[in-house]
Design a binder for this molecule. Structure first.
Ligand code: ATP
Ligand code: MG
Length: 361
């Protein structure tokens, strides 16, 4: 069964290190997304798993076998390329039927399987068209149907939904997860869209600069990220710099730059340590007392209103209020902000500075 294991993988293109120190195990039947900013090495990594690029160092195991030097056609995988890459001389149907034909599926399956997946991506009525007669989004859907129809138990998807409209993308995400779970496939799905990663995966592997930063369930990465880059990349957060004033059994006290003391969970830090407090916008609320700040921007988001403030400690902060709330907020208003001590997470202040530590590059 196709579990995937990468051991000490590195890839260098001349002076560029596209992957380094990659150790990753994907279980049989697991749906894993590789998430990270543009250029962080996602495509390079998935191409090494596919056998399209040879690693400079390390080994790739698939289903327990060393596949490091085995070409793509002998790895039995379904692959969606970031740049789509359909066979130009075959129709949509011909493209999707390619796998079933090559695999010698029965005549019945060669007919029914491609149609099933073309129906899933709502392209049955376009099945006779050639790739250059299809829109970019349609080509991407054909590419996805082709990978699913291939019958491979391991699917490697490189930004498989990037060319689609927001609404279609959302529908296909759920469909993709449902079908791959029904079929018991192992999926490695590359994306730079964190919402896509959150909604589709069992586990997210977050990358930065060719390395894995952190890997966990979507919930764990959101609720208790182990480092600052993750806290900032997955969802949105407020990062406040301060110094630990006291660590008590039930809470930590942190003094911000303007002298305001705020609370966070108890922590391993000691008095005097330089820290960064991460607090999600939805956890911050206006109150009669709290961090003094002034509203500098108001954005209507539909179900909620996102308010940006500048606090007296010169930190820019975000908080959300429900659209149904009676109170009216205006730019220039002063507000006091509070949050529960349980919802703030402390990190050591990075020596290179907060901005550098969260930079996407
Ligand atoms: N064939 C190559 N030759 C030289 N450099 C390369 C090559 N392929 C990738 N790189 C470099 O490796 C780094 C990682 O590229 P990669 O395509 O893996 O990023 P990515 O995370 O998939 O980005 P995106 O989200 O934009 O698709 C980049 O700096 C890129 O310029
Ligand atoms: Mg890429």
């Amino acid at each position: 069964m196709p579990e995937v294991e990468l051991i000490n993988i590195a890839k260098r293109f001349g002076k560029v290190t596209a992957s380094a120190d990659i150790n990753l195990k994907v279980a049989d039947g697991e749906y894993v997304t590789i998430l990270g900013p543009s250029g962080c090495g996602k495509t390079t990594l998935i191409r090494m798993i596919a056998g399209l690029i040879e690693p400079s160092e390390g080994k790739v195991f698939i289903a327990g076998k060393d596949m490091t030097n085995v070409p793509i056609e002998e790895r039995d995988i379904g692959y969606v390329f970031q740049n789509i890459a359909l066979f130009p001389h075959l129709t949509a149907l011909g493209n999707v039927a390619f796998g079933p034909i090559v695999k010698d599926m029965s005549e019945e399956e060669v007919k029914s399987v491609p149609q099933r997946y073309l129906e899933m991506v709502k392209l049955l009525d376009r099945m006779g068209m050639f790739p250059d007669e299809l829109s970019g989004g349609e080509q991407q859907k054909v590419s996805l149907a082709r990978a699913l129809a291939s019958g491979a138990k391991l699917l490697l998807l490189d930004e498989p939904l990037s060319a689609l409209d927001a609404r279609v993308r959302m529908d296909l995400r759920y469909e993709l997860r449902r079908i791959t779970k029904d079929l018991g496939l192992t999926v490695i799905h590359v994306t730079h869209d964190q919402e896509e990663a959150m909604t589709v995966s069992d586990r997210i592997v977050l990358m930065r600069n060719g390395r894995i930063v952190e890997s966990n369930t979507p919930e764990a990465l959101y609720l208790s990220p182990q480092n600052l880059f993750t806290a900032n990349f997955i969802g949105e957060t407020n990062l406040l710099e301060g110094v630990v004033k006291e660590v008590l059994p039930d809470r930590s006290l942190v003094e911000l730059r303007d002298g305001t003391v705020v609370e966070a969970k108890p922590s391993k830090f000691r008095r005097g340590d330089a820290v960064v407090l991460s607090i999600r916008p939805e956890r911050v609320h206006p109150a009669n007392e709290g961090l003094n700040s002034v509203i500098i921007k108001i954005t209507y988001m539909g179900t909620y209103i996102r308010i940006t403030v500048e606090s007296d400690s010169e930190d820019t902060m975000l908080f959300d209020v429900s659209t149904s709330e009676d109170r009216v907020y205006s730019v220039g208003d002063r507000v006091n902000l509070i949050w529960s001590k349980r919802s703030g997470i402390l990190y050591p202040r990075p020596p290179e500075g907060v901005e550098e530590a969260i930079k996407l590059e």
